[in-house]
Design a protein around this ligand. Structure first.
Ligand SMILES: Cc1cc2nc3c(=O)[nH]c(=O)nc-3n(C[C@H](O)[C@H](O)[C@H](O)COP(=O)(O)O)c2cc1C
Length: 356
């Protein structure tokens, strides 16, 4: 159930803690048991200011909780003692720049019913970093964060920088993971867990703000997943990059176009990025995305807002900004802060970018 949670953007002095874990049900819950669990959890989460999501797939859980650190600790200690599940493994635990599930006291994605799969397509990419993509995908699928981080640490020691690691390692790994699911070699929950491992790796890659990006003017951006899109890797990779570049960042995983419109009206950002999955080609989502972009544009009738889109479809040039009515489509998260800053500046001065 969506809620209007308190805003906790980068400008806020409140810390937002986030924990992501996976676990296995002692016995796969029936639909009504799952509904009861979620209803009770929502009520409690709401009462202590927690937002988040719970993904369920055939008796396996992936949950992200975010909110005030003491409230996250409180709920987390209850969850750890809950005898309905076991094999609990924490995938990530850290302080985040803004809530991603700001509208959700607990958003449920129940995958037990299975999902239709679209045909895979594979990009060609020849640079050395991509040689490590299969190993990254293996480590991410195994939930092996120590080998994953060791590989990244080695590459950083070899001189690779954040943007290259995102563009030529993390994003291609997300696509390979998507192909693995499309080939039926892992479940969707495995895919989502592996993507959250990449998200964690992305935080390591971007943990050092670069001094020359800090001086940039304080533009603001809303990073949104497309309504209904459960994969949040793209938005979180961008979150770190925009924070490092000195922007005010808010994130949201809206339930609907209307929820996104509400968020835009309350935050009035200079730019919004709407992200589809980095792992799966969401061809069927294009028409809906076009409507989402259209509505985002009209959310603030007296203001010009730069609208950017992203996801595997755009990374592989299977869709363009024009095809969904956006100002910008990112083929990678790398460099997006610079391109959007340029577009925001041009909008402010009333000029048009010939390459946009
Ligand atoms: C997979 C799973 C996820 C859960 N998520 C939440 C949650 O987000 N919020 C919550 O209050 N309880 C959640 N619960 C239920 C708690 O474990 C616990 O039963 C409930 O909070 C009552 O806590 P108490 O027994 O300490 O009073 C979850 C349980 C399971 C099995």
């Amino acid at each position: 159930m969506p809620v209007q949670a308190e805003r906790s953007g980068a400008g806020s002095d409140k810390w937002v803690a986030s924990i992501t874990y996976r676990s296995e049900a002692v016995r796969p819950p029936s639909v009504s048991e799952l509904q009861q669990l979620v209803a009770a959890s929502r009520a409690r989460n709401r009462s202590v200011g927690i937002t988040g999501m719970l993904l369920h797939d055939g008796g396996r859980f992936l949950q992200t909780l975010e909110g005030p650190p003491e409230a996250v600790d409180q709920i987390w200690s209850s969850i750890q003692q809950d005898r309905r599940h076991g094999a609990i493994e924490v995938l990530s635990q850290h302080i985040i720049p803004a809530r991603l599930f700001s509208e959700w006291d607990l958003r449920l994605y129940d995958r037990s019913g299975g999902q239709a799969k679209a045909a895979p397509s594979r990009p060609g990419n020849a640079i050395a970093l991509t040689d490590h993509v299969p190993a990254m995908a293996r480590f991410a699928l195994a939930g092996d964060d120590s080998r994953l981080n060791a590989l990244i640490a080695d590459l950083v020691a070899d001189g690779w920088v954040g943007d290259a690691l995102v563009q030529h390692l993390l994003e291609p790994t997300a696509r390979l993971l998507g192909d693995t699911w499309l080939a039926d070699d892992c479940t969707e929950l495995d895919l989502t867990i592996a993507l959250s491992m990449l998200q964690l790796a992305g935080h390591t890659v971007h943990s050092q703000p670069s001094p020359d990006s800090i001086r940039k003017s304080r533009y603001s951006v809303l990073l949104a997943t497309a309504p209904g899109e459960p994969h949040i890797l793209g938005s979180t990779l961008l979150g770190d990059m925009f924070i490092n570049a000195g922007w005010d960042v808010d994130m949201v995983s809206p339930e609907s176009d209307e929820a996104l419109t509400r968020q835009l009206r309350s935050q009035r950002p200079d730019a919004v990025d709407i992200a589809l999955s980095d792992a799966l080609p969401r061809q069927h989502a294009l028409a809906l995305l076009r409507e989402t972009v259209e509505k985002a544009r009209h959310a603030l009738p007296n203001e010009v807002i730069v609208v950017s889109v992203g996801g595997r479809l755009f990374a592989e040039a299977a869709a363009t900004a024009l095809s969904v009515g956006a100002d910008h489509a990112r083929r990678t998260a790398a460099g997006t802060t610079i391109r959007l800053a340029r577009l925001v500046e041009q909008r402010a001065s009333g000029t048009r970018d010939p390459d946009a």
